[in-house]
Write a protein that binds this ligand. Sequence first.
Ligand code: PFF
Length: 461
Amino acid sequence: MTQNSNQRDGFSGRLGIIAAAAGSAIGLGNIWKFPYITGEYGGAAFILVYLICIAFIGLPIMLAEFVVGRRAQKNAIGAFKAEAPGSKWFLTGALGIITAFILLSFYGVVSGWTLHYLGLSALNSLADQTPEQLGNVFGTFIADPWLPVLWQVLFMALCVAVVLGGVKNGIERYSKILMPLLLVILIVLAIRSLTLPGAAKGIEFLFSPDFSKLNMEAVLAAMGHAFFSLSLGMGTMITYGSYIGKQENLGVTAVQVSVADTVIALIAGLAIFPAVFAFGIEPSSGPGLVFITLPNVFGQMPFGTGFSMLFFALLAVAALTSAISILEVIVAYLDEEFGWKRKTSTLVVAGMVTLVGALLSQGNGILSWLKLPFLISGEVSHMNIFDWFISLSDQLLPIGGFFIALFVGWKLDKKAVADELSNDGKLTIAYLAAYRITLKLIAPAAIAFVFLASIFGWFSP
Ligand code: PFF
């Protein structure tokens, strides 16, 4: 990215934008996190709340981020400075940069796990194992002081290589080909999983809601995950929005990205839960769920080893296209605001993130005794540093989103927003009035309510 906005690197057209923004949205959030939190919070009712959050909070905020980014043609902090000079709004961007750092530190670790599983698949060492054995494989691996770090370092090095390539040659080129391939393999997996004996219980788990299991903590998790999954609340879509061409329809783009992201998560659910029940795995197994369940499914397929390798390779790529979008938030900021060279900023940021991530990884092993306090449901619970960072990001993203909604809803010039959405009047935007109310009131009020209610434990039994 150059400092001169006339020469800004950008996406090359419709498909490029969708692929890159969807590449950011679709990642570990869809295939690793969505299934395991759905399992922890009881299934269908949680999914329903998640879908509501996507439609009424996530989608409008994605559009808001696009508006800010494309209008300002700047990074997450620079955009607020340009649109509201002399005000404190830039702090929203600053929070985003901090959140990006926190998020990428654990994201890199989990991404490394997928590479390890790619290796295990290639060596055929996941074959013919019971769910218990696979659980042990996972538990022993993440507790190891070195192995996860090794893979994390490799993954972060891949990120650096792509980000150094710049937007068009790096980020875009990879997303375009590999994301559709991931969709295909997920569909194949879902078909296999759905046709396993005993799969019906999984379908019931996914689609017949039991609201008695839903509490405010689950609602916060659903909302936090809507932000996480759509890459919102920390300026990623502001930064990517700044690379979107002036002739693109932002509303349509936001809808397409949100739908693609949601569809992938649901298909991942269909690939995993029928199998979870068919193999008698505990749905609330936590972060290991995907890594324990899917190898069993591969074991029941012709060419299972090949599928397993392909799956973990594509999962790593999905993680890569998301991780680079997180890295890009910080890199674009340093380049544009401080005139850093792209190479310097990328290497420095990735290096620091990797160090912090390597430390967090020890929370699953030698530092598992170290517990940090976390306020949820009106009580202070304690978790290891790895889980603590994940939970923290679930709270930081909605806070960021809250301020972005308020910024576009109340602060940004009304006409500017309308111009940006309509491409200076070239498009008819029938949704404008509803959109304004959503950003001004509905989304911020919903976020504030869920946030406070879950933290202070209102309505909890
Ligand atoms: N959306 C990504 C996923 O679902 O894996 C994670 C992510 C990327 C979160 C970028 C936030 C972000 F800004």
